[in-house]
Design a binder for this molecule. Structure first.
Ligand code: DC
Length: 222
């Protein structure tokens, strides 16, 4: 089995790029952010506080997360209910960010992620895949882009959806999230020493996908 670890900051286009690159390579795309989002959503639905370990940790075992892989991509379930859309709500992003800072939550999700990589050719995207989850991955990629470019992409996305947005505010939030992600104690975001740095600041989406596919092919002879 071949594993590709794809890490990087929020807004670098990881999931979009990983999904399409995986399709072209015939690999499974595993979006690990969805796992943290599902745990966060479950806590919110119970009416509890995702930032309080005492309310999050005792119920972890009951979360009942399952993943299914379809031709359209990964679907995620909470005790049998498909929550693939619900986990994209802004409140689930916030909750995911809180629960992902807890080492016990990270440990709880570790085996599930490793098991997928043992059984399938995967492109796994996240923050700590190359450093913690799959330190022995065949290919490691750290995907990034300048904060200004990531903020501009996010800003355009919001405007296209008809959401009121202000570029300076979006940029400030991007920088804040970068700081939080890279300074937390549990599995902070950092480039693995043996990861290839792919900076998409000057690349189009298609250019980024192709760069990732080419790199994986070069490294794995696929
Ligand atoms: O990539 P995303 O926005 O879906 O991630 C949601 C949250 O989960 C984000 O705060 C970062 C965190 N996360 C993490 O800590 N480790 C991962 N492997 C994936 C996501």
């Amino acid at each position: 089995m071949i594993s590709v670890a794809l890490d990087g900051p929020a807004g670098a286009g990881k999931s979009t790029i990983a999904k399409e690159a995986a399709r072209r390579l015939g690999f499974l795309h595993v979006d690990t952010g969805a796992l943290y989002r599902a745990i966060g959503l479950d806590v919110l639905r119970r009416g509890e506080d995702p930032a309080d370990p005492a309310q999050v940790l005792p119920r972890l075992e009951e979360t009942g997360i399952t993943l299914r892989f379809t031709a359209q991509g990964q679907r995620i379930f909470l005790r049998g209910e498909d929550v693939s859309e619900a986990i994209r709500e802004p409140r689930a992003s916030m909750a995911a960010s809180s629960v992902s800072a807890m080492p016990e939550v990270r440990r709880f999700l570790l085996e599930l992620q490793r098991d997928l990589a043992r059984k399938n050719d995967v492109i796994m995207d996240g923050r700590d895949i190359g450093t913690v989850v799959l330190p022995g991955a065949d290919v490691k990629i750290f995907l990034t882009a300048a904060p200004e470019a990531r903020a501009m992409r996010r800003y355009k996305e919001l405007v296209e959806k008809g959401t009121q947005a202000d570029y300076d505010t979006v940029l400030r939030e991007v920088k804040e999230r970068d700081y939080n992600d890279s300074h937390r104690a549990a599995a902070p975001l950092r480039q693995a020493e043996d990861a290839w740095l792919c900076d998409t600041t000057e690349l189009t989406l298609e250019g980024s996908i192709q760069a990732v596919v080419d790199h994986v092919r070069e490294r794995t002879q696929r």
